[in-house]
Design a protein around this ligand. Structure first.
Ligand code: ADP
Length: 199
């Protein structure tokens, strides 16, 4: 059975860690770790486009033609096409260049803008991949700490999203997120984060 874990936040929201494939998610929205062109690519981007079908690319192209390339840290949404999720929120993570080119701030901005976009779309649930830790080379432990902290801050505040899932492709990435979740308590003494059993 693939690894999974659930954490309650102040008794009104939760986040989950799951090892798996994000295209199979049934949350209202899934997040795509896209590139600025919005025209598809490898990794999670390729998997989402293959599963969603050609309408997703048509919609991405329309947005790109209207607005130009999507800058790193920003997010836009499209319908989910053939996916179970109603929406895909596309965001562009930072390319790791050693950590002194605003990579942490850009990564945080990705998670913030995705949560804001999901709120605007009135989603109650959203699934994230591990943004930037594949082809973009962001070290996974550092990325996991930013991802978990930023999403928990949003879930803690009043928000339409009450469930965020991190869908992690491999056991090493899963472990890094599990470790980041364990360390949350010390980062946020004012937010109660409780590990919960999954039935
Ligand atoms: P980036 O370019 O932002 O680094 P990648 O797609 O290369 O994005 O990788 C981001 C993470 O997503 C990596 O941990 C990669 O293993 C993972 N990944 C790849 N395909 C999937 C998928 N279908 N579902 C979930 N995660 C995936």
């Amino acid at each position: 059975m693939p690894a999974q874990a659930r954490y309650r936040i102040n008794d009104h929201a939760s986040f989950e860690l799951a090892q798996g494939n994000i295209v199979e998610e049934r949350t209202d929205a899934i997040v795509n770790a896209a590139n600025s062109s919005l025209l598809g690519g490898g990794g999670v981007d390729g998997a989402i486009h293959r599963a969603a079908g050609p309408k997703l690319l048509t919609e991405c192209r329309r947005i790109r033609d209207l607005r130009g390339p999507l800058p790193p840290g920003q997010a836009v949404s499209t319908p989910g096409g053939g996916l179970q999720a109603r929406y895909v929120v596309h965001t562009v993570g930072p390319v790791w260049q050693g950590g002194k080119r605003n990579e942490p701030q850009i990564l945080e901005s990705c998670y913030c803008h995705c949560m804001e976009e999901a709120g605007r779309l009135r989603c109650s649930s959203i699934s994230f991949p591990s943004i930037s830790t594949g082809a973009f080379g962001y070290p996974v432990e550092a990325a996991a700490a930013i991802a978990v902290r930023t999403v928990v801050e949003h879930l803690h505040a009043p928000h339409s999203v009450v469930l965020a899932r991190f869908v992690l492709f491999d056991p090493v990435t899963f472990s890094a997120y599990a470790e980041a979740a364990q360390k949350l308590g010390s980062a946020f003494p004012h937010i109660q984060v409780k590990a919960e059993a999954i039935p």
